[in-house]
Design a binder for this molecule. Sequence first.
Ligand SMILES: NC(=O)c1ccc[n+]([C@@H]2O[C@H](COP(=O)([O-])OP(=O)(O)OC[C@H]3O[C@@H](n4cnc5c(N)ncnc54)[C@H](OP(=O)(O)O)[C@@H]3O)[C@@H](O)[C@H]2O)c1
Length: 157
Amino acid sequence: MKVAIVAAQSENQVIGRGLEIPWKVKGEQALFKQITLHGTLIMGRKTYQSIGRPLPGRTTIVVSRDPDLAITGCETSTSLALAIASAIALAKPIFIAGGGELYRQALVIADDIHLTTIHTKVEGDILFPDVPDHFKLVEEKAFTSNINYTYRHFERT
Ligand SMILES: NC(=O)c1ccc[n+]([C@@H]2O[C@H](COP(=O)([O-])OP(=O)(O)OC[C@H]3O[C@@H](n4cnc5c(N)ncnc54)[C@H](OP(=O)(O)O)[C@@H]3O)[C@@H](O)[C@H]2O)c1
């Protein structure tokens, strides 16, 4: 089963500041929903903390090193590998939904990257890694909004 990364970054590759995403862009969350709906989201504990609830229409697996972590409405896992194994058992498309720590680890095994670039430069301490050269661009779509953004889909070659 394929594993896809879904992320939104600024032009300077920022994805977060502390626990927050440092922009509000109309339509960008709808795009995230469209890509991930009916799938399984795997996210780091800090990203879950920032969202604060399971997202509707998707199964959420929260990764934490705390074996006692329990979250109503979500599954939990003590490693990314165990989370992916649980997601495979659910037999729905698998999306790594952040944050920075999870993206760095998942890039090694991901088959697809759905990366939206918000056309602004912002300050932030959490960055998206460079897309490695062995990923090729297979789709690109530009959107006009309060801040324009471009969606790109990369596939592992
Ligand atoms: N722009 C976007 O597309 C986007 C998407 C998602 C998130 N974000 C942003 O990203 C930021 C959060 O990213 P982050 O890098 O700080 O944190 P994160 O990746 O969301 O979560 C990190 C936590 O996940 C757990 N974890 C990570 N690797 C693990 C492993 N191999 N095994 C077990 N547990 C593991 C640990 O939880 P414990 O400490 O509980 O052990 C760790 O502290 C926020 O600002 C958020 O808003 C942006």
